[in-house]
Design a binder for this molecule. Structure first.
Ligand code: JFZ
Length: 425
């Protein structure tokens, strides 16, 4: 689960009665070029009296999610924890006055979910030397910092806050964000190294994502974040994920109705899993601290599917056989010479058969996960024919598990394919 939440969650994409120009509500300050003093007044409105960390993390866990990421500090520069680097934080500047990150960290520990922080290390619109966005906000107030000003921000805010986040909350990962040429000027290889070294020095487990420098990530990053909402056709050498939205905006947007159907969200998850990648699905909680009903509905529908079919995603590896015209495959090594293949059936006609092309391994068991119903499998010249029961309902995105002996036939090309992804997140 990815969460975008902050001062922008109250205006929710509407400013002075009109929909803001930028499609992402968290971009409010830049979109409307709001003077800093005026934007800061939003802190007085931040009082999410229905916020319950345990509820958020329970929803994540029930949806089958294994890690949790939140905007500790987004581009506006406002911190969701009591930082010493600036009074512009939830504990000091808002009537709410609570340590949001502390409460969420505790809830994650309780539910066995790994927590991490989005930290906008390059853009910071507080006015203390972080960069601004050329496309949306350049004017007499918002100008790019000089190298010296940025260095001041880097030393006195960015590095101080990243240190605090590790020392206070011991996160499992950081998700830094940068994307264009402007970030290239300020997030130099030296600064990347400095930030990564600080993290390595303070934590022996904390992972760093590739968007620390989207244009040229250091070799030393741990995992790749793809472009937003982008589901690649091939996997990567390093562990990787796609972060994606439920509707369009990342933070809560009261006028955003572009909700993705649950079926599409599950297919995105499976598509990435079939290539060895993860899916980090975003929620934009409202200003009162709760999730929109449209978000909860989707989370729970995903949860229902995951309760039945979660083993076909969690801890699996990429398909050794590539994509199939009828769906996707994930795999799990059972032991040295046995593998489970999970057939995700997206397009099929009940009562016919689908072809698993490119394998001739012996199948020891074949069942529908949803019902436990056994499935007939026949070998043929190009692979295996899987007989689809006429009762099987395609609306439920069913999964068939094939257990096979991979050491039986030397002529099957997939038997030697290594399982690269074993992490169970
Ligand atoms: C960034 C943020 O500006 C946005 O508010 C949100 O937090 C998102 C997760 O990340 O937006 C981006 C960054 C990079 C790309 C697109 C949107 N990109 O490379 O396509």
């Amino acid at each position: 689960m990815f969460i975008h939440w902050g001062l922008y969650s109250n205006p929710a994409g509407v400013w002075k009665g009109a929909r803001i120009k930028h499609p992402y509500s968290e971009w409010l300050q830049a979109s409307e070029q709001i003077p800093r003093v005026e934007y800061r007044e939003l802190a007085a409105l931040f009082n999410p009296d229905k916020f319950d960390a345990d509820e958020w993390i329970s929803e994540a866990g029930n949806a089958g999610m294994k890690y949790f990421l939140i905007t500790a500090k987004h581009h506006d520069g406002f911190a969701l924890w009591p930082t010493k680097a600036s009074t512009y934080n939830v504990a000091e500047a808002t009537p709410f006055g609570r340590d949001v990150l502390g409460e969420l960290t505790d809830a994650c520990r309780k539910h066995g979910i790994k927590h991490g922080f989005y930290y906008s290390h390059w853009q910071d619109w507080e006015g203390t030397g972080g960069d601004i966005c050329t496309t949306h906000m350049e004017n007499e107030e918002y100008i790019h910092p000089t190298e010296e000003e940025f260095q001041g921000y880097w030393q006195n805010k960015c590095l101080v806050q990243v240190r605090e986040l590790i020392e206070n909350y011991d996160p499992w990962f950081f998700w830094f964000d940068s994307w264009n040429e402007d970030s290239f000027k300020l997030i130099t290889p030296e600064r990347q190294d400095e930030l990564i070294s600080l993290i390595r020095e303070l934590s022996d487990k904390c992972l760093v994502n590739s968007r620390i420098q989207f244009m040229a990530p250091s070799e030393d990053i741990d995992y790749i974040s793809t472009m937003d909402n982008t589901f690649p056709d091939e996997g990567f050498q390093k562990p990787w994920e796609t972060s994606g939205t439920l509707n369009h905006s990342w933070a809560y947007h009261a006028m955003d109705y572009e909700w993705k159907p649950t079926r599409e969200l599950i297919k995105n998850l499976v598509k990435n899993a079939s290539l060895g990648g993860n899916y980090q699905l975003n929620i934009g909680p409202m200003g009162d601290g709760t999730f929109q009903k449209a978000a909860i509905k989707r989370l729970r529908e995903i949860g229902t599917w995951m309760q039945i079919n979660g083993e076909s995603v969690h801890g699996t590896a990429a398909s050794p056989l590539g994509d199939m015209p009828w769906g996707r495959i994930t795999s799990r090594s059972i032991d040295g010479n046995r593998t489970s293949l999970y057939l995700h059936l997206w397009e099929f006609t009940p009562g016919t058969a689908v072809l698993v092309e490119g394998t001739s391994c012996e199948v020891t068991e074949a069942v529908v996960l949803e019902t436990g119903q056994p499935i007939d499998v026949e070998h043929c010249a190009s692979g295996m024919l899987i007989r689809i029961p006429k009762e099987l309902n395609g609306d439920d995105l069913p999964v068939i598990r094939l257990d096979m002996c991979t050491d039986q036939r030397a002529d099957s090309k997939e038997v030697t394919v290594a399982h690269t992804t074993t992490d169970d997140s």
